[in-house]
Design a protein around this ligand. Structure first.
Ligand code: DGT
Ligand code: MG
Length: 590
């Protein structure tokens, strides 16, 4: 999709904005220190030719003593300078790579955070975690190591080639004639290793997903005593990953001998051809030594290329995954012409012929739903499990958009509102309660951190949570663990209710929020919901008649359709589903 439009390197380049100049200096430094590698052999060649082997060697040693020492000092000095440059270059590229990593990571998190509900249905947590950790590191490695190594190899190779040709072009040609063979091997290797890295990356994601799901689902595992089963399953993922890893490494190893053989042919060619040239007087001994001491500078880049190719393919596989998220866009966003509605909403909610189907589902879950909740009214929604209640209420804050029909709040289509303004007016207590690893106080004040302690306590009272909170050793400062470990289901529900109330919403939506609390507590909650000190429309999904009885309107949903609607008395009189519920729950004939 979008990912394909921009090449990986262009994407990387784009993200290096602001650091390109200093990265470029690093690359320049890389070229400099590699070219400097030639200085030692160059001076060695001079020393040998002037002071050791030439006809005037003995005389030069006496007459040109100064030159001798100058050459030695220059060699040592340049070596130190070179080391310093290498150090600075490493610092430089590391700095840039960390900055770019930080930039991309922040962008990714931002993207993930702003995604739609459907995004979270598509991507698994473990996979997303892999993208922001392992995959991103491969991107960083590209900047810190791969690119620099490419420049390093090529500049060294190029400088040496030039120097070789400068000394003796025929010998240079003879040695470098081997290079194309190595190139062919490298290209073959690349084609082989690219799919391996894709596979490896997918396996890592599976491994991380398995770990993540087991850690967060540990209670289910324990409850079913499935530890051994899960350990075995994880082990399989782990073995699979390590085997793929081994296969990837073996791919390189299988090509390595060819490259080594060709690379090792170079000194042999030098020995044979160079030897002949010396015998013919075409080559000085100093030049031969220079060739010989620089042969590694041709061999090494050739050897390195395989490694570089390997890392390049790793980057390629990883960056594809990172870019997918990087360029992902939530589908549910503010329209350009979205209305600005900064005032508090009145709280009218209306569904007009709404039908809805999940994008990844194959059947509509809601059919032609129409109802109105006037400001301040209480609407109860009931129905069998899976009939579409949660799906219905999720359309109000526009977590999903209807496939047909309209959802209106204060007579305006929610699609025409700004998401933050719409959602700020809605207090939602979801069916699956998730509390953050924070204090109870922090959890209740999640939607409005400016809340005073007194207000937090007031909302805890509204949701009948104050009593059990004050009984806790640290009261409102008690930290509730990850996912609220340490609290009962009903306690969590009540904190979640307080959290929804604390934003003083114009529309309060409760999805089965009192299902786990006892009848008595529920009654208290009911009472305080009627006594709220701010106007509020309530849409309450519940299973108990005691909760829904006093609603202004009760909607019965069956298979995604409203089958009955009216007040308690009206529905009882209809003698339909609601009537049978009443009989079932009260045990009385009504
Ligand atoms: P509950 O909470 O058990 O009382 O059931 P409801 O009434 O809240 O059911 P709901 O709205 O969660 O699900 C209605 C149908 O939609 C059910 O067949 C499952 C399906 N469904 C729910 N969430 C998703 C989803 O994210 N994707 C897809 N494809 N289907 C979903
Ligand atoms: Mg539900």
């Amino acid at each position: 999709m979008e990912t394909q439009k921009r090449s990986k390197m262009a994407w990387l380049w784009e993200n290096m904005k602001g650091y390109r100049a200093i990265y470029f200096i690093g690359i320049l430094g890389t070229i400099v220190y590699n070219v400097m590698q030639l200085t030692v052999p160059y001076f060695t060649q001079m020393i040998i030719d002037i002071f050791l082997t030439g006809d005037e060697a003995a005389a030069n040693l006496v007459n040109k003593r100064d030159l001798f020492f100058q050459l030695i000092i220059a060699m040592v000095g340049l070596t130190f300078l070179r080391t310093l440059i290498v150090y600075l270059v490493c610092m430089d590229v590391e700095h840039v790579s960390q900055k770019v990593l930080y930039r991309i990571r922040t962008h990714l998190f931002d993207k993930i955070e702003r995604q739609d509900m459907s995004f979270y249905n598509t991507y698994r947590t473990g996979d997303l975690m892999t993208r922001v950790t392992g995959d991103l590191d491969a991107v960083r490695h590209m900047i810190a190591w791969v690119l620099r190594s490419i420049v390093e190899s090529f500049s060294l190779l190029l400088a040496t080639t030039v120097y070789f040709f400068y000394m003796d072009w025929r010998l240079a040609l003879a040695i470098l004639a081997i290079a194309p063979f190595i190139m062919v091997v490298i290209v073959k290797f690349r084609n082989k290793v690219a799919p391996r890295h894709k596979e490896l990356r997918a396996k890592l994601s599976l491994l991380n997903t398995a770990a993540q799901e087991n850690i967060s689902g540990n209670r289910v595992v324990k409850a079913f005593a499935r530890e051994d089963y899960e350990i075995k399953k994880f082990d399989e993922c782990s073995v699979d990953f390590s085997q793929t890893n081994k296969k990837t490494a073996l791919t390189w190893i299988s090509y390595f001998p060819y490259i080594e053989t060709f690379a090792n042919l170079m000194p042999i060619v030098l020995l044979v051809v160079g030897g002949l040239f010396i015998m013919n007087g075409q080559l000085t001994m100093g030049e031969y030594v220079a060739f010989s001491s620089l042969i590694w500078a041709v061999q090494n880049p050739m050897r390195m290329l395989g490694n570089i190719m390997n890392e390049f393919q790793r980057f390629s596989a990883a960056s594809e995954k990172v870019m997918e998220i990087y360029y992902s866009e939530p589908k549910i966003v503010d329209k350009p012409e979205a209305l600005d509605l900064p005032q508090r909403f009145r709280g009218k909610v209306e569904f007009k012929n709404v039908s809805f189907q999940y994008e990844d589902g194959n059947m509509p879950v809601l059919h032609n739903i129409s109802f109105v909740a006037n400001p301040g009214e209480t609407i109860a929604i009931m129905g069998e499990t899976g009939c579409g209640k949660t799906s219905l209420i999720q359309l109000i804050p526009r977590f999903y958009e209807p496939t047909e029909g309209e959802v209106l709040v204060d007579d305006i289509n929610v699609n025409d509102m700004k998401l933050t303004q719409l959602r700020k007016n809605i207090g939602l207590a979801t069916q699956d309660v998730l509390l953050y690893s924070d204090t109870i106080d922090g959890n209740i004040a999640y939607g409005d951190s400016s809340l005073t302690k007194e207000e937090v306590e007031k909302f805890a009272k509204y949701s009948a949570a104050a009593k059990f909170i004050t009984k806790m050793p640290e009261g409102y400062d008690t930290i509730v663990g990850e996912r609220g470990v340490g609290l009962s289901g009903g306690q969590k529900q009540r904190i979640s209710l307080a959290r929804a109330l604390a934003v003083k919403p114009a529309i309060l939506i409760l999805d089965d929020t009192t299902s786990a609390v006892d009848m008595e507590t529920e009654k208290q909650i009911q009472h305080s919901l009627n006594e709220l000190d701010f106007p509020c429309t309530k849409i309450i999904i519940a299973q108990r008649i005691s909760t829904t009885k006093f609603a202004d309107k009760i909607l019965i949903i069956q298979d995604g359709r409203i089958s009955e609607s009216g007040t308690h008395e009206e529905l009882v009189a209809q003698k339909g589903y609601y009537h049978s519920l009443v009989q079932l729950q009260t045990g009385e004939e009504v």
